[in-house]
Write a protein that binds this ligand. Structure first.
Ligand code: WT7
Length: 653
C-alpha cells in the first residue's frame, strides 16, 4: 500500500456523530449503551454470544457454548436448530406472516413479491424437490444462478434439509464452475436458462453444460426457466424446476440439525493458485449474522432493506439472504446492472419501493460519482435512513459524496469490515451510537476481539501500521478450508500460533493501523491477494490461467491503483514464441479473453505487458514487489541484491 494513501487517511479528522433523531429509536442508541455491550462481552465473551443465540429458535439446547481446540472452534455444541426454520417458520406465528420478505425486480422491470408465508411455501416445495432427487443431509448442492428469488429459495431449501450449498457466482466461467463443483463433490446443480445483464442474456445453462462435461459427481441439474430462451436439456440428468415444483408438496418439517452441521461452502481466492472452499456451519453463523444485521443495520419492521451484493459472494449470503430473513425484514432484490437502462437504476428502485437502508461497495459509489449527480438528483431519496459500505477501504471523497448526495447529509454510514472467512461483520460503527469518520470502519463489534500487531505479536502503538488479527474465536468464523485442513492452518493460524500467552490468533491478511481513539483503518492486503472492484482475486490464480495459454512461458500479475476499481490488474508476460502472423497487441487481447474464459470477466487483466524476462531472485522466485513498483511509478526501494539479473529490471522500466 502506498505511503500516500496512509498519510491521506491520517489527516482525516471530520467527525459525524449520529443525529438525536436516529439514536432515539436505534437498537443501540448511545455510546454509553455500546460500551455497556462491549463491557458485557469483555467480561465473558462466550456468555455474550450465548445470550444472542438464545434470541433464536433451537430444537434442543447446546451443552457447551464453545469448544476451542486450536485452531478449530465449535460453537453451541450439542444444540440442534435449523437456519431455514429461523428465517421463515419462526415468523409465521407473528404479524410478519403476511409481510413482504422479498420484493424482487427484474432488469426488464417485472416485479414480484413474496410474503413470509409465500416464501416459506416455496422453500418447503423446493426442499421436497431436492429430496425427490435423492439429495440428503450432508450432500453438496451447487447453485449457479443470477439474482432471482429462486436462488434464495434454493439456498433456504438446502439449509432446510441439511444439504450444504455451494453458490458459484453467475459471472464465473464454466471452467471456474467446474473446478468448484469438483472440489466440493456436488451431487446436484441448480441453475437457470439465463439471467439478464445490461439487456443481454447471460447464458448460464450453456456454461453449466460445458462445466458438467467433466463433473463426475453431479447426478442432476435442476434448471429454472427464467428468460424463456431455448436451452438444451439432457435427458435423465436435467430437470425443469417448474415441473418438479408443480409436483412437490408444500409441507415440509425442518430438520433438527447439529449446530456444527455444514451450512455452506463458498470459494474465495487466496495467495496460491487454487481457490479455497471456505466452510461455514449452522448455529454460530446464524447467531452472529442475525445479531450483526440487527445492530449494524439497525433493522426495524418497517424497513425496506436493499443490499446490492450478488448472492455469489459472502455479502449476498449473509446480508442479502440470511441476516435480513433472520430478522424478519423486507429485502429489496434486483436482478440486473446498476446502469440499466440508465445510470439511475438504484435511485429509481429506492424511490419506487421506499428503500430505507442501502448497502453497497465503495467501487460502486465511485462509479455513481463518475456517472454524475444529475442521476440521483432526479429522484426522491428521502426514504433512506441508513447507508452502508463493504469490500474495501472507502476513500473519504467517496464517503462524503455518499453522505451528502445519497444520504442527504442525514443518514449515518456504516463502513463494515469483514471477510468471506469471518462470515459476518466484525468491525463497524453502530449507527445510533458511533461517531464516524470517513475512511475508518471504527471499532470491533461487541463480542469481537481484534487488534493491530507487529510481526512478533506485540501490539502496535497508535497510528503504527501493522497486521490485523482476531484474538478470540467468534461464532461465524470459518471452520476449515473444505478438503484441505492443512491449508486452513497454514493460511490463517501459522503466523500467531497458540502460545502460553494466548489461544492462537487468526491472521486476516490485512494491514491496518489503529488511531488514538481506537478506530481501525484498513490499509489493504499484505499477501498476493488483490481487491478489484470489491472482489477478491488471487494473483496466483490469474497467473496460472495465463500460463495455461500455449503461447505463454511465464506470468506475474500485480495491481496498479485505479480511480474506480480500487485496483487494476497488470500482467507481465513472457512468451515462448509469438504465434505465426499474430501481432503482440492481438495476442494481448487473446490473453485477456483467455483469462476471462478460465476464471471470469472480473479477473481479466487491464494491461498485458510483454517482457523478455521477469525479475527473479537467485532461487528463481519472481520478485513481484519490484513489478509493483514499476506499475505504480514508484522508485525501486528495498533490497535488490537478491535479484538474479539487474538488467532485467532496467529493461522493464
Ligand atoms: C477483504 C475480504 C466481506 C465482504 C466483501 C469482501 C477487504 C472488506 C472492508 C472495509 C476495508 C475491507 C479486506 C478484507 N474489506 N471490507 N469495510 N474496509 N477493507 O469479502 O472477498 O472475503 O474480501 O476485503 O481486505 O480482507 P472478501
Amino acid at each position: 500500500m502506498t505511503q500516500e494513501r496512509i498519510s491521506s487517511v491520517l489527516s482525516e479528522e471530520r467527525r459525524f456523530p449520529p443525529s438525536k433523531a436516529f439514536s432515539a429509536s436505534a437498537h443501540v442508541g448511545s455510546e454509553r449503551e455500546r460500551k455497556a455491550l462491549v463491557g458485557q462481552a469483555d467480561a465473558d465473551v462466550v456468555a455474550f454470544w450465548e445470550e444472542r443465540a438464545k434470541e433464536l429458535a433451537w430444537f434442543s439446547p447446546w451443552k457447551k457454548p464453545l469448544v476451542w481446540k486450536y485452531p478449530h472452534a465449535k460453537w453451541f455444541v450439542g444444540g440442534t436448530t435449523n437456519l431455514a426454520m429461523n428465517c421463515l417458520d419462526r415468523h409465521l406465528g407473528s404479524a410478519r406472516r403476511n409481510k413482504a420478505a422479498i420484493i424482487w425486480e427484474s432488469e426488464a422491470g417485472e416485479e414480484r413479491t413474496y410474503t413470509y408465508y409465500q416464501l416459506h411455501r416455496e422453500v418447503c416445495k423446493a426442499a421436497n424437490m431436492l429430496l425427490s432427487l435423492g439429495v440428503s443431509t450432508g450432500d453438496v448442492v451447487a447453485i449457479y444462478m443470477g439474482m432471482v428469488p429462486e436462488a434464495t429459495i434454493a439456498m433456504l431449501a438446502c439449509a432446510r434439509i441439511g444439504a450444504t450449498h455451494n453458490v458459484v457466482f453467475g459471472g464465473f466461467s464454466s471452467e471456474a464452475l467446474r473446478e468448484r463443483i469438483n472440489d466440493s463433490k456436488a451431487k446436484v446443480l441448480i441453475t437457470q436458462d439465463g439471467v439478464m445483464r445490461r439487456g443481454e442474456v447471460v447464458e448460464l445453462k450453456l456454461a453449466a453444460d460445458a462445466a458438467l462435461q467433466k463433473c463426475k459427481t453431479i447426478k442432476h441439474a435442476i434448471v429454472l426457466r427464467h428468460t424463456g430462451d431455448n436451452v438444451p436439456m439432457k435427458s435423465r440428468r436435467d430437470i425443469w424446476w417448474h415441473e418438479r415444483m408443480a409436483d412437490a408438496s408444500a409441507e415440509h418439517e425442518p430438520l433438527a440439525l447439529d449446530a456444527e452441521h455444514p451450512l455452506f461452502i463458498l470459494y474465495t481466492s487466496g495467495s496460491t493458485g487454487k481457490p479455497k472452499g471456505i466452510l461455514h456451519t449452522t448455529g454460530g453463523y446464524m447467531t452472529q449474522v442475525a445479531y450483526t444485521t440487527k445492530v449494524v443495520f439497525d433493522l426495524r419492521d418497517d424497513d425496506v432493506y436493499f443490499c446490492t451484493a450478488d448472492i455469489g459472494w459472502i455479502t449476498g449470503h449473509s446480508y442479502v439472504v440470511y441476516g435480513p430473513l433472520l430478522n424478519g425484514a423486507t429485502i429489496m432484490m434486483y436482478e440486473g446492472a446498476p446502469n440499466w437502462p440508465n445510470p439511475d437504476r438504484f435511485w429509481d428502485i429506492i424511490e419506487r419501493h421506499g428503500v430505507t437502508i442501502f448497502y453497497t461497495a465503495p467501487t460502486a459509489i465511485r462509479s455513481f460519482m463518475k456517472w454524475g449527480d444529475h442521476w440521483p438528483e432526479q429522484h426522491d431519496l428521502s426514504s433512506l435512513r441508513l447507508l452502508g459500505t463493504v469490500g474495501e477501504p472507502i476513500n473519504p471523497e467517496a464517503w462524503m459524496w455518499y453522505h451528502n448526495t445519497i444520504g442527504g447529509g442525514r443518514c449515518p454510514i456504516v463502513d463494515t469490515w469483514w471477510q468471506t472467512e469471518t462470515g459476518a461483520i466484525m468491525v463497524s460503527p453502530l449507527p445510533g451510537a458511533t461517531t464516524t469518520t470517513p475512511g475508518t470502519a471504527t471499532k470491533p463489534l461487541p463480542g469481537i476481539k481484534v487488534d493491530v500487531v507487529h510481526k512478533d505479536g506485540t501490539s502496535c502503538k497508535a497510528n503504527e501500521g501493522g497486521l490485523l488479527v482476531v484474538q478470540h474465536p467468534w461464532p461465524s468464523m470459518l471452520r476449515t478450508v473444505f478438503g484441505d485442513d492443512e491449508r486452513y492452518r497454514k493460511t490463517y493460524w501459522s503466523d500467531y500460533p497458540k502460545s502460553r500467552q494466548h489461544p492462537g490468533w487468526y491472521f486476516t491478511g490485512d494491514g491496518a493501523r489503529k488511531d488514538k481513539s481506537g478506530n481501525i483503518w484498513i490499509i489493504g492486503r499484505v499477501d498476493d491477494v488483490v481487491n478489484v472492484s470489491g472482489h477478491r482475486l488471487g494473483t496466483a490464480e490469474i497467473e496460472s490461467a495465463l500460463v495455461s495459454h500455449p503461447a505463454v512461458a511465464e506470468a506475474a500479475v500485480v495491481a496498479r491503483p485505479d480511480a474506480i476499481k480500487g485496483n487494476a490488474l497488470v500482467a507481465f508476460v513472457t512468451i515462448k514464441a509469438l504465434p505465426k502472423n499474430t501481432k503482440r497487441s492481438v495476442l494481448a487481447e487473446q490473453l485477456r479473453v483467455h483469462v476471462a474464459k478460465e476464471i471470469g470477466p472480473i479477473a481479466r487483466p487491464d494491461d498485458i505487458r510483454f517482457a523478455e524476462a521477469l525479475p527473479k531472485t537467485r532461487s528463481g522466485k519472481i520478485m513481484r514487489r519490484l513489478l509493483r513498483e514499476i506499475v505504480t511509478g514508484a522508485a525501486t526501494t528495498g533490497d535488490t541484491t537478491t535479484l538474479e539479473d539487474a538488467a532485467v529490471l532496467e529493461r522493464l522500466r
